[in-house]
Design a protein around this ligand. Structure first.
Ligand code: AMP
Length: 231
């Protein structure tokens, strides 16, 4: 199958804190594609208090992966709700080889396939500070105690409300998340490199620099992404 007809599917791969969420939202918006973040889907389920959310919570808070069967069903169900043939940017899925194989099978049933996999790469020390330093206001403004601190430690500049430090952003949990990435998710690099789908993106710079590198990498690996925005 030619890449142009592969179905406009891009996977963002990379360790926690590397910026997959920020970059994925932007890439999806600019291409007019769906952005599918399994972390966001799980957090929404948690907020809605569904049984899936409650089941997922214990894994998320501990920095562990939610079991493959749960994740594969969640993604399959979500894909059914998308407009047929619409481009998709996957963010945080797949995270295991078993998930990658299930995704390949689900896409193949629609005559589609992953077109490019962008590996966002930054040193672990940077990732650790990006996540463990993250604090957010109840209204959603995000700070970082290392890179973008509030004026008064622990409180939002805009509203004065106390800032929240997510359970899965606590240093111990961040260590677990990074270790799980190395052990279980990093093998996907070989899985996607072998068929020539992998493109590497330096993700150490600022948001705009990383986005420019990502856009260039995706356009090169997947010309249809460049040629058919919004389709
Ligand atoms: P994220 O926002 O992508 O870092 O995801 C937050 C948490 O949700 C992860 O630490 C996992 O506990 C869980 N999670 C998200 N995506 C997956 C996935 N594809 N497989 C297993 N667990 C996941």
């Amino acid at each position: 199958m030619a890449r142009e007809t592969a179905g406009r599917i891009v996977v963002l791969l990379g360790a926690p804190g590397v910026g997959k969420g920020t970059q994925g939202v932007r890439l999806g918006r600019e291409l007019g594609w769906a952005h599918v973040s399994t972390g966001d889907l799980l957090r929404a389920a948690l907020r809605d208090g569904t049984s899936l959310g409650l089941e997922a919570r214990k894994y998320m808070d501990a920095g562990e992966l939610v079991p493959d069967g749960v994740m594969i069903d969640l993604v399959r169900e979500h894909l059914v709700g998308l407009e047929p043939g619409r481009g998709v940017v996957f963010d945080g899925f797949p995270r295991t080889v078993q998930q990658a194989e299930a995704l390949d099978r689900a896409l193949a049933r629609e005559g589609r396939a992953v077109g490019a996999v962008a590996l966002l790469d930054a040193p672990e020390a940077v990732l650790f500070k990006r996540i463990s330093g993250r604090r957010s206001s109840p209204g959603g403004r995000v700070y970082n105690v290392y890179f973008d601190p509030p004026r008064r430690d622990g409180f939002c500049d805009d509203t004065g409300e106390p800032l929240i430090h997510r359970a899965d952003d606590q240093p111990e949990t961040v260590r677990t998340r990074l270790a799980v990435y190395q052990e279980v998710t990093a093998p996907l690099i070989g899985h996607y490199d072998a068929p020539g789908l992998l493109v590497r993106v330096d993700a150490e710079g600022d948001i705009d620099q990383v986005y420019a590198a990502l856009q260039a990498a995706v356009a090169e690996a997947h010309p249809a992404a460049d040629a058919a925005p919004g389709s």
